[in-house]
Design a protein around this ligand. Sequence first.
Ligand code: ATR
Length: 282
Amino acid sequence: MTLADPSSFGIAGLLCWPAFQSRSPVIHNHWLAHYGIAGRYVLFPVPPERLEQAVRGLSALGLRGCNVTTPHKQAIFPLLDRVDDLARRIGAVNTVVVEPDGTLTGFNNDGNGFIQSLRDADPAWRPDSGPILVLGAGGASRAVVASLAAQGAKEIRLCNRTTDKALEIADAIGSVVKVVPWDQREDALDGIAMLANATSLGMTGKGPLPMPLDRLPAHAIVGDLIYLPPETPLLAAARARGNITVNGLGLLLNQARPAFNAWFGVMPEITPALQQAIAATF
Ligand code: ATR
């Protein structure tokens, strides 16, 4: 029997620290039940000083793989046998696959998951539909910008309160990224096909994003990586103007699909029942 024998009980999980109320177990355990696959997705709170031991144990314990979140997304790089190009450009891994020979491969599906959720909401939009404005330059922004560039975006305007962090992303991703000063973010709305908020502004407990939308084109799709609250003030204002809007739940669901497929051999669907199961966790 190989480690990936589909008849065996499949285990995957989330390496995190500290433990938190992740929605990933709800998503993956829903799919395991739905597709009749014997297995379980569990949380593995692992302190940073034990990450190496935990990762070395993945194959020995017969796990199919794992997700990785704060604070392990960068620290895990040297512990993997290979990391795919996109995850390398993003500089963070969110998914690990234990290969049949026991070696470990790292991926990052966050940015592609976000892009897919936009395409689900507006099938007419594509990354190369027109200029894109991304606000924020943290880890989430970098995943989105790198994935947009990899999917053919022609111009990504990147705007962050701390300009140096935007310049770092532009350096890493290439000339498709044009850095815009924070105080010129309104001008940068001109002619865009997509606006994404990757700052933490608009999140429950934080102030709203100061972003007047008067110059937002009518056809532009607006995405926010935040899902708490489900509709940020930015998304509410965009929806009131008639723009199509997408919150961060779509990212969470769509990044999980290729991970589940790699671990359990089925590309799962995002059904209304799954969306209800997630909504019930709020
Ligand atoms: P993540 O990993 O989720 O991207 P992060 O790295 O903490 O989180 O990034 C938070 C983003 O929100 C950053 O772009 C941050 O801007 P700075 O790089 O200038 O810190 C942005 N952000 C947070 N609070 C902000 C505020 N009050 N005004 C403008 N931007 C803010």
